[in-house]
Design a protein around this ligand. Structure first.
Ligand code: ADP
Length: 449
């Protein structure tokens, strides 16, 4: 087992990884930008190294500074968390070439499954259901031809896309030129490549994803699904497990399909396969070759510490259990609490004047925040995750309502008022929502104001 792990991230996920390491008796090294010198992940780690100025391009994305910090402190592994360098195959390769273990899949697996076009191909070969789609599109004419073949509406997406960026819908041929040009321009501005491709645009799907764990010896398990359909701007705001839309047979069927596909692809460590689900059918969207923000809902229902498993797998340990050994209990819901205006979603950095996190049975808060902490303006606006667990969906909902009421965050605006509103709507309570529900709900509500 590793003796020292460097955590190449910040915020709540850096703390999350620190906690797993501590429980495993592993020492931790935090890295931080100048803006994060007083952050909680820096305070709690055994050692801390400043890796550069506040802008992430000069610190959390600075590969050589991070590797130098690992060499300097004698860390034997690096956990990338999510975001930043977590899906950067070149970084994984660099880490390994310095004799340090990258806690995640291999660079080759990341290249194959992290690229949406090659991942679609691998998914098809491994027997996963996939949305009808195109290869990479080189011209507007190409896009028109493929849209004809697939049938409108279609969505043009960046092959390296993430965070809901670089996606444009075309409802008919007159939309294609603009959608194609804009998707490429957005991709060029945000991602390493401006290559785009096309998929059938599903009108009213849910977003349901399957968590997997796989070791280096071909053992694969799935940890059930998460329903992440409550979204704005294609970004998740509330997630739950199990999904209220699936019955037991559907759940077991997709879990088994995914488990077999991952074994065939030969991927290891933790990963998530994202699907759209419409009219009883699943369509593979993409794979995330890393830990995800919403992993705690799966931990709550499965009792498995996913970060601990990532570290064990990377160190060469076998899973040590099979699918039949995994039991799911109760229901879990997560709210991503962002420092944002709850109406416009504009980031709202500032100083937290008062902070009180909820607690009690079945309540987990993952956050780096403390009273007096100043949220820097340079990074993601998520400041906390609230995860509740109950015996039934209804008891989890009651608990969530109570925990959100108890939360005190003064000094900045947060998404909490919107989340309180969402969970009291009849459709949410009945589990009757899809990926458009939140935006439609807010539009209708604002019209009636
Ligand atoms: P990203 O990597 O940017 O998160 P994804 O491919 O995971 O992009 O898609 C994010 C969200 O965009 C999905 O959860 C869904 O809401 C919407 N979306 C993506 N592809 C489609 C599609 N083919 N049809 C309908 N909605 C889609």
């Amino acid at each position: 087992m590793f003796e020292k792990v460097l955590i190449a991230n910040r915020g709540e996920v850096a703390l999350r990884i620190h906690r797993a390491c501590r429980e495993m008796g592993i020492r931790t090294v935090a890295v931080h930008s100048e803006a994060d010198a007083k952050a909680m992940h820096v305070r709690l780690a055994d050692e801390a190294v400043c890796i550069g100025p506040s802008r992430s391009s000069e610190s959390y994305l600075n590969k050589s500074a991070i590797i130098s910090a690992a060499l300097l402190t004698g860390a034997d592994a690096i956990h990338p968390g999510f975001g930043f360098l977590s899906e950067n195959a070149d970084f994984a390769e660099m880490v390994e070439s310095h004799g340090i273990t990258f806690i995640g899949p291999t660079a080759e697996q990341m290249r194959k499954m992290g690229d949406k076009i090659t991942a679609r191909q691998a998914a098809i070969e491994a027997g996963l259901p996939v949305t009808p789609g195109s290869p990479s599109l080189d011209t507007v004419e190409d896009a028109k031809t493929w849209a004809q073949k697939i049938g409108y509406p279609v969505i043009i997406k960046a092959k390296d896309g993430g965070g809901g960026k670089g996606m444009k819908i075309a409802y008919d041929e007159s939309d294609i030129e603009e959608a194609y040009t804009m998707a490429r321009a957005e991709a060029k501005a945000s991602f390493p490549s401006d290559v785009v491709y096309m998929e059938k645009y599903l009108q009213n799907p849910r977003h349901i994803e399957i968590q997997i764990l796989a070791d280096k010896y071909g053992n694969v398990v799935h940890l059930g699904e998460r329903d992440c359909s409550i979204q704005r701007n294609n970004q998740k705001l509330i997630e739950e497990s199990p999904s209220p839309a699936l019955n037991q047979a559907q759940r077991e069927e997709i879990g088994e399909i995914v488990r077999k596909a991952i074994a065939k692809i030969g991927y290891f460590n933790a990963g998530t396969l994202e699907f759209l689900f419409e009219d009883g059918k699943f369509y593979f969207l993409e794979m995330n070759t890393r830990l995800q923000v919403e992993h705690p809902v799966t931990e709550a229902v499965s009792g498995i510490d996913i970060v601990r498993e990532q570290i064990r797998i990377a160190s060469g340990a076998a899973l040590g259990y099979e699918q039949k050994d995994i039991e799911f209990h109760g229901h879990a819901i997560e709210c991503r609490i962002n420092a944002e205006d709850p109406e416009t979603f504009a980031p709202c950095p500032g100083t937290i004047t008062e902070w009180h996190a909820p607690g009690g049975l079945g309540v987990r808060v993952d956050s780096e925040i403390y009273s007096g902490y100043s949220i820097p303006p340079f990074y993601d606006s998520m400041i906390a995750k609230l995860i509740v667990h109950g015996k039934t969906r209804n008891s989890a909902l009651m608990r969530l309502r109570r925990a959100l009421e108890e939360f005190v965050i003064d000094g900045v605006s947060t998404t909490i008022p919107l989340q309180q509103e969402i969970i009291s709507q009849a459709e949410f309570i009945d589990g009757m929502y899809n990926i458009h529900w939140l935006e439609e709900y807010m539009r209708k509500r604002n019209q009636n104001l």
